[in-house]
Design a protein around this ligand. Structure first.
Ligand code: M6R
Length: 606
């Protein structure tokens, strides 16, 4: 979602800030802007891409201090005026803000009663007014920010530049802020990624922290006063390039990175000799695992689909009740939390607000949560304090692909690990682990020979709706496939467990309706086959994703075969054609495959 950059240093600020904005583009945004202190406070901002902003900037902008932003609209439409930065009434401060100020309406009315006029519809502009008022009272920047934020309710990652002070100030409450200490200056960002080209020494603010970079270096304090406990960390080199390389889009690059990403995820975590999983970061002894009464998993979107597969494998391999929750619903259901239960929060970005809120609900009720997270040092990873990094490497396309595979792989290893403490026979555990270890090679083999994806694209691209069916583990793959096609190609999609089709969705079927069926060679294949017959009898046309060489292939109009694997690993293979169908359908419709409309990579608002 929105992205923040700030800089104070020896270099020209504009290139540093714009380079950072480019690295934040993947998060999704609809406008971009820049403020540079250079004699006055100069602001350029407009709707559209960062490149559009760059095209309209003067050739060489001087000034070594500034802030910049990519905005994903929440309060106020997508307009140039609503783009950030926002200025104080006399242009003596400029701010950029991520998050939502919940009492902005009341604050704004108060300010208007005292004569203030606003230039935008955003909630963020009140921060600029309050900050400038505090500066006008003679407060120093950090004190002024403290005063401006006191009395505001909501969430913020906020960064400010000052006309009369050689300082950049930032603050965090519920919306991430990181600071990089480079040789040439101090860089602020809402995401550690843009800092990596300048330094690997990074400080991630805690909620309630604020920081200043000025002539004397930089320091971090609490909003309530006193020093912060935050300490700098040295960022590990993430595997994988954040650049496109030879690929035309991040999504297709990331689809092709799945074998390597999986190898990173499972490496060192599979013990084939003893037939066990080794997820050390969970900090759970075998004895502790035997005492777990049940497992709950939480996530949104693709992460939730991966959690559903993990849930089924945990139940099956550990004979332990497991359930998955849509994280955005969780806290509103006033859930009963058993402090002895095991809770997993599954998230690629580690910043999803709904998932964070669900974790807080569990922690408030005495439970502990383990993260299954990709981004190291992210809010969810830090809030949980324990868990599993899935090591997908940077995932930049809005559509999640390689993170899904690694979430499923990590949860499969966990299912084996907890299963072994509860009577899962070693031979069975070894079969699953062997299957998992072979998956990267099988994915490579499939990607080298993808089958008639374009025939499937022809069937779905102009359809008024597409039905995805699957059963057992494949029901979650069907949901994931439907989400991908819907978010990228804007084709309405429904996903149902195949057995549910006759209870309602069958009414949609008519001559030529496309149905995508996920039917690997597993125990429920015959049941899925019945659903296919029922669809065909109503004139539907079937895209069948099945195991290579299986007889069920006769039942498809378009048949996409994936290599045979252990049935518990089948989602890691059957999901691939669904990713490719979504990718190529979006392309054939001329859509922006990496940045679909209205979506953001990390959803940091409720
Ligand atoms: O970063 P997270 O895994 O927590 O994100 C959760 C969802 O927002 C995300 O999976 C979303 O559904 C993707 N766009 C799906 O491709």
């Amino acid at each position: 979602m929105c992205g923040i950059m700030g800089y104070r240093g020896q270099r020209r600020a504009a290139p540093v800030l714009l380079g950072g904005l480019r690295r934040l583009e993947y998060r999704g945004y609809d406008s971009a802007g820049l403020a540079i202190r250079n004699g006055g406070m100069h602001v350029w901002k407009q709707i559209g891409r960062v490149q559009g902003l760059v095209d309209n900037l003067p050739a060489e902008i001087q000034g070594t201090l500034g802030i910049a932003h990519t905005r994903w609209a929440t309060h106020g439409g997508v307009t140039d005026e609503n783009a950030h930065p926002h200025l104080g009434p006399h242009q003596r401060v400029a701010i950029v803000h991520n998050g939502i100020i919940e009492n902005a309406g009341a604050v704004r009315r108060d300010l208007e009663r005292s004569g203030a006029t606003f230039t935008s519809e955003t909630d963020s502009e009140v921060i600029a007014h309050r900050l400038e008022a505090a500066i006008d009272e003679g407060l120093e920047p950090l004190e002024a920010m403290r005063k401006a934020l006191n009395g505001l309710r909501g969430t913020w990652g906020v960064c400010a530049a000052f006309l009369d002070h050689d300082a950049v100030v930032c603050a965090r409450n519920g919306s991430p802020m990181a600071i990089g200490e480079a040789e040439h200056g101090v860089i602020f960002s809402s995401d550690p990624q843009p800092l990596s080209e300048h330094t690997n020494r990074v400080l991630i603010l805690e909620d309630g922290d604020m920081a200043i970079a000025d002539e004397s270096g930089f320091r971090v304090e609490r909003l309530t006063g006193g020093a912060s406990n935050t300490t700098a960390i040295v960022m590990e080199e993430a595997w994988g390039e954040a650049e496109l390389g030879d690929f035309p889009h991040f999504m297709i690059k990331e689809i092709h990175e799945q074998p390597e990403a999986l190898r990173h995820c499972i490496s060192g975590r599979i013990d084939l000799r003893s037939g066990n999983g080794r997820l050390g970061g969970l900090h759970l002894s075998p004895k502790a695992l035997t005492e777990v009464p049940h497992v709950r998993l939480l996530g949104c979107g693709t992460a939730m689909h991966a959690a559903l597969i993990g849930q089924q494998l945990i139940e099956r391999l550990a004979r332990l009740p497991a359930v998955t929750h849509v994280a955005s619903e969780f806290r509103y259901q006033d859930p009963v939390v058993n402090p002895r239960a095991l809770h997993f929060a599954v998230s690629q970005s580690g910043e999803t607000m709904d998932t964070l809120a669900a974790i807080k609900e569990i922690q408030l009720k005495g439970g502990e949560v383990h993260g299954v997270v990709n981004v190291v040092g992210s809010s969810i990873a830090r809030l949980c304090g324990q868990g599993v990094y899935i090591h997908s490497g940077p995932e930049q396309a809005v559509a999640s692909t390689k993170a899904f595979s690694n979430m499923v792989a990590a949860l499969t290893i966990f299912a084996v690990q907890i299963g072994r403490t509860r009577g899962l026979p070693p031979a069975e555990a070894k079969q699953v682990l062997r299957g998992l270890r072979e998956v990267p090679d099988l994915i490579e083999a499939y990607l080298a020979d993808q089958g008639p994806i374009m025939d499937a694209v022809e069937m779905v691209k102009d359809a008024s709706s597409v039905l995805f069916l699957g059963r057992d583990l494949s029901a979650s793959v069907a949901r994931e496939g439907a989400l991908k096609l819907m978010e990228l190609a804007y084709v309405p999609c429904l996903a149902y467990p195949a057995g549910e089709m006759k209870h309602g969705p069958i009414a949609l079927l008519e001559e030529g309706s496309p149905v995508i069926v996920i039917a690997p060679d597993d125990e429920v294949k015959e049941k899925v086959s019945s659903a296919i017959h029922e669809c065909r009898a109503r004139g539907a046309r079937i895209v069948l994703i099945c195991t290579k060489g299986d007889d069920i292939a006769e039942q498809g109009d378009v048949v996409i075969e994936v290599p045979r694997t252990h049935p518990y690993c089948s989602p890691l293979l059957t999901v691939l054609p669904t990713q490719l169908i979504a990718y190529h359908t979006a392309l054939s419709l001329g859509l922006d495959v990496d940045r679909p409309r209205n979506l953001a990579k990390s959803v940091t608002v409720e």
